[in-house]
Structure formats: C-alpha cells, structure tokens
Design a protein around this ligand. Sequence first.
Ligand SMILES: CC(C)(COP(=O)(O)OP(=O)(O)OC[C@H]1O[C@@H](n2cnc3c(N)ncnc32)[C@H](O)[C@@H]1OP(=O)(O)O)[C@@H](O)C(=O)NCCC(=O)NCCS
Length: 143
Amino acid sequence: MTIRPATRADLAAVHRLEGEAFGAEAYPRFFVRQAWDLWPGSLLVAEVDGELLGYVLAGSGEDPAEAWILSLAVAPAARRMGLGRALSEAALAALGEGRRVWLTVAPASPARRLYEGLGFVEARREDDYFGPDEARLVMVRSP
Ligand SMILES: CC(C)(COP(=O)(O)OP(=O)(O)OC[C@H]1O[C@@H](n2cnc3c(N)ncnc32)[C@H](O)[C@@H]1OP(=O)(O)O)[C@@H](O)C(=O)NCCC(=O)NCCS
C-alpha cells in the first residue's frame, strides 16, 4: 500500500470513492477540486497495485492550532484491510504535532471505533448537525 498526496489526475477517482461511500450526501466534484486547491498536502490517497482504493481529506482551521478531518472513504471491496486506519494516521501526521483535530461521525458508523482507536473522544452530539435526522458525534483529538 502506498499513501501519498493526491495529484490533480486523482481527483476523479477520489470523487468516485466519495460517491460510493456517501451516495446523495457525497461532496460534489467541484468541492473535491477546491479542497485540493486549499489543502493539497492533506488530501491523501491510498493505492494498492496502482489502484486508488481510499482517500482522506483533512484541512487546517483559521486558528492554526485547530484542524479537521473532513472525509475518509475506502472502496467497499477493500474495507477491513487497514486502509482506513493507515489513511487516518497519515492525515494526522500530515497535519503535524501539537494541533487539536476535530471530525464528525454518524453515531452508528463503524468509523467511530476507528477514530477512538486513534485517540479521538466524543466532544458532543448534535442531533441535526447536517439537517433533520442527520445526527453526528463531534469528536476531538487533543495534542
Ligand atoms: C470507515 C471506513 C473508512 C473504514 O475503512 P477500512 O479500511 O475498512 O478501516 P480499517 O480496515 O483500517 O479498520 C480500522 C478499524 O475500524 C473499525 N472498523 C472498520 N470497519 C468496521 C466495521 N464494518 N465494523 C466494525 N468495526 C469496523 C475496526 O475497529 C477496525 O479495526 P480492526 O479491523 O482491527 O477491528 C470504511 O468503512 C468506509 O469507507 N466507510 C464508508 C464511508 C465512511 O463511513 N467514512 C467515515 C466517515 S466519518
């Protein structure tokens, strides 16, 4: 497995993975492109045998002490093989030491356990974070 910063040529595949993972809630293509413009060093992809099978998007906050993991997705056929954890660890490393990192996760998502294993704890629950019936746990990892 190779984890590396995304290139412009990867963006279509990143958007496909995003769509497979999040369906109607997926980020639109233009957001993926502009996220890469804004945070080129923390849009990372995972490749296995030359195939792009996962990605993670993180970004810095206006306060340099704060950052967010905004999206994480692994191709359905490649799940439970460690890619999600490896991508998350690489995103945290790319963000650097000494920052508070935030993310949101659906309360029943399997990703919750992954994040807990990386040191994230629940900061709060918002019942309508993304709109009605779209509850999210806001999790934080302190430096
Ligand atoms: C969440 C997701 C990125 C995990 O990727 P992955 O490559 O399968 O994750 P890993 O193999 O690295 O698993 C790491 C840990 O996460 C947890 N985990 C992952 N998938 C799980 C599942 N289906 N059920 C229970 N625990 C799970 C486990 O604790 C696992 O550790 P273990 O395998 O040692 O038990 C992937 O399932 C995915 O893309 N889901 C759809 C999109 C999504 O929900 N993204 C997260 C949004 S916050």
